[in-house]
Design a protein around this ligand. Structure first.
Ligand code: GLY
Length: 389
């Protein structure tokens, strides 16, 4: 399509969502559901962290301390069942949502003894399992595991199925997606964004949403950087009565195992500050395999299926950047780091409500970009080369 054609189309767009990953697509879907005409600009769908993730819904297993980030994550976890149901009804795609619970074994009880580390509430149920109970809960664990925490309300979604469903859903509700273009600059005049220059032409809209994940720092002077995660998967034997099997997520210190219902087990993940350096490395694979076998020895004989990598969008405080920006018509929805899949439903809702209903949910306050203004990687919006006047 010619740039001129796209320009005409963009002029009639209410909201231009920059970024076609989980956050961009879910926000576009929510906006369209609230009556907005939405266009999504996507750099490369296949490279979105959405595909690389394991799909854990793990605010408790991730050990987030009490505070705004835990509240945001718990809020999103509670939206998941109804959000997924709507998506599945709309698309007919089973997203593999599974409220399977997450088990977090420890290798020495020490300070992790019952009742001290995690206090159970109705919103955050948790249970300490001693050495015997944890083996009843999950046979086959390493004999050196002395106990562990059980988080029954954590779970998982199959992020690759979710990716398909989100793509189908946004198209079904009339969102236009333009793929394989790179945003070169945002144009601004005073406190307004007036357009987006891309490798495929210029775009304009009344409101812009930046949801470009690990690539956000290339577009705006905000401190979002890639944090590489390497992953692999193995195939659990199915249908063999004598085989021990995984039926919940196992969340170790540096390695986690996410069993899908079809027997695929995702093993994640490294966390490497290596920029956008691509590829699986021998060291990455070694650490994942060692960690996985150490948690759950039977896995050592299961066939390896696949290995891959992706880039988490990391911020200095590991919290996302959500809500208003220094520009009146630019909204930020990025920097979700380790919790992008989990935070997708709540981000989409908060951002769409902000744009369509001008509703500033109090939840947004702690995630405002200005908290990071003094951080390395953040620079003055006024002098940023990515913002053209
Ligand atoms: N959410 C787990 C990870 O980012 O590895």
């Amino acid at each position: 399509m010619q740039a001129q054609g796209m320009l005409e189309m963009s002029l009639s767009t209410d909201v231009l969502v920059i970024g076609g990953g989980a956050i961009g697509l879910a926000t576009a879907l929510e906006l369209a559901g609230q009556g907005a005409k939405v266009t999504v600009l996507s750099r490369n769908f296949a490279e979105a962290a959405l595909h690389a993730a394991a799909g854990m819904l793990a605010p408790q297993a991730e050990g987030l301390p009490p505070g705004p980030m835990l509240d945001l994550c718990l809020g999103s976890r509670s939206l998941y069942p109804a959000w997924i149901e709507r998506l599945e009804i709309l698309t007919g795609i089973d997203c593999g949502y599974w409220n399977c619970g997450i088990l977090a074994p420890v290798f020495s009880a020490g300070s992790d003894s019952p009742s001290e580390k995690f206090s159970a509430t109705s919103a955050t149920p948790s249970l300490w399992l001693d050495s015997n109970s944890i083996r009843q809960q999950q046979p086959g664990l390493n004999q050196q595991i002395t106990g562990g925490w059980w988080f029954p309300a954590d779970g998982q979604v199959d992020n690759r199925r979710l990716a398909k469903a989100l793509r189908v859903a946004v198209e079904q509700v009339g969102v236009t997606i333009h793929e394989n273009l790179i945003v070169q600059a945002l144009q601004c005049s005073g406190q307004q964004i007036t357009g987006v220059s891309t490798t495929a032409g210029e775009w304009q809209a009344a409101t812009y949403v930046l949801a470009t994940g690990a690539w956000s720092g290339q577009i705006l002077p905000i401190p979002v950087v890639p944090r590489k995660g390497q992953m692999l998967s193995v195939q659990m034997p199915l249908g063999d009565e004598t085989t021990q099997s995984l039926h919940q997520v196992i969340f170790g210190d540096r390695t986690y195992l996410v069993p899908r219902r079809d027997g695929q087990v995702i093993v994640g993940a490294t966390s490497e500050p290596v920029g956008f350096s691509p590829g699986n490395t021998p060291e990455g694979m070694r650490s994942l395999l060692e960690g996985a076998i150490n948690l759950y020895p039977p896995l050592r004989d299961w066939p390896i299926q696949e290995c891959w990598w992706g880039f988490r969008p990391a911020t200095p405080d590991e919290w996302p950047i959500l809500g208003p920006s220094p520009y009146q018509n630019l909204v930020l929805a990025t920097g979700h780091y380790r919790n992008g899949i989990l935070l997708t439903p709540i981000t989409a809702r908060l951002i769409a409500d902000l744009i369509v209903h001008k509703k500033h949910d109090p939840l947004l306050e702690d995630f405002h970009w200005s908290r990071l203004e003094a951080q390395p990687g953040a620079s003055n919006f006024e002098t940023s080369a990515a913002l053209r006047k």
